[in-house]
Design a protein around this ligand. Sequence first.
Ligand code: NAG
Ligand code: NAG
Ligand code: NAG
Ligand code: NAG
Ligand code: NAG
Ligand code: NAG
Length: 258
Amino acid sequence: MLFSALLLFGLSVTGVAANYVPYEDEIDNEVFVPGDIDHELYERQNNFRTQYWANENANLSWTSGPGGSYRVSWNQRSGGNFVVGKGYSPGAVTRVNYTGQFQVNGNSYLALYGWTLDPLVEYYVIESFGIHNPSDNANSTCYGTFQSDGGTYEVWMKWRVNAPSIIGTATFPQFWSVRTRRHVGGSINTTRHFEAYRRAGLRMGRLLDMFLGIEGQAGNGSANITVGALPPGNVPETATPTIRTERPSQSPTCTPRL
Ligand SMILES: *[C@@H]1O[C@H](CO)[C@@H](O)[C@H](O)[C@H]1NC(C)=O
Ligand SMILES: *[C@@H]1O[C@H](CO)[C@@H](O)[C@H](O)[C@H]1NC(C)=O
Ligand SMILES: *[C@@H]1O[C@H](CO)[C@@H](O)[C@H](O)[C@H]1NC(C)=O
Ligand SMILES: *[C@@H]1O[C@H](CO)[C@@H](O)[C@H](O)[C@H]1NC(C)=O
Ligand SMILES: *[C@@H]1O[C@H](CO)[C@@H](O)[C@H](O)[C@H]1NC(C)=O
Ligand SMILES: *[C@@H]1O[C@H](CO)[C@@H](O)[C@H](O)[C@H]1NC(C)=O
């Protein structure tokens, strides 16, 4: 997620200093600030890991709450990009529960994402987003749809060629499940997603991590998320935009059943 965004929005590395709120790591007592390209932080906290990454144009404020909770707000400058999330690492959790709120003007993703090794794969279960459907890319391929957790997801794949990864520069596929009706909160049956990838012929490797995170790109927004808890009631759904300016021939969606 974080790496794809760098290309998507043409990151500039010559911007002015970010107006940031430093985040103090509770274990190492170091201060991390957005500004270091490729800076990532993994923190172990009450069985949840925290991920934080930001580029030098990112403008955000975030706090890590108890357990699986966190809060973030942002107002990005051109080229700003960050990822904040909590989850499980190492871990293969079959039902990832989360609840919270997510408000976005512009482009941002709410997703469960992580990596596998052997083969190297970056995967995302996109639960909600702002204006840009991540499948709207000239090089992405749709493999079909499946049902999970009260919704329909489309399965997409795109190759990343000589791109940054957790093992350095590499060529690897990204798998995306994109929910056709966006929602914020629920239970993600990861087994079901991974089985759908397998049926599509998309092979994953050894699972490394799972983070329920926010990626902020252009625009502003805010979110309060708690991983490890379910919403108190039914959550509203909104139709996912199907405008795919880079894929006009395959608009509006992909239909084969996986
Ligand atoms: C960063 O976000 C804050 C809060 O929304 C805003 O007041 C400030 O103008 C932003 N800074 C930049 C450089 O965009
Ligand atoms: C998610 O919620 C379900 C239903 O309460 C529960 O069975 C499951 O253990 C939860 N998952 C995690 C990882 O806590
Ligand atoms: C699609 O892939 C080709 C060949 O790798 C590349 O040159 C092009 O920039 C890619 N387009 C997009 C939109 O990613
Ligand atoms: C999760 O998905 C798997 C595979 O489809 C299924 O066997 C299992 O019953 C599902 N679990 C829940 C809690 O829905
Ligand atoms: C957030 O973006 C919206 C839409 O571009 C804009 O109307 C609003 O003023 C922005 N809010 C802030 C705090 O910059
Ligand atoms: C998150 O919670 C704070 C405090 O309760 C609230 O002010 C803010 O609007 C919430 N953010 C979202 C996106 O709901």
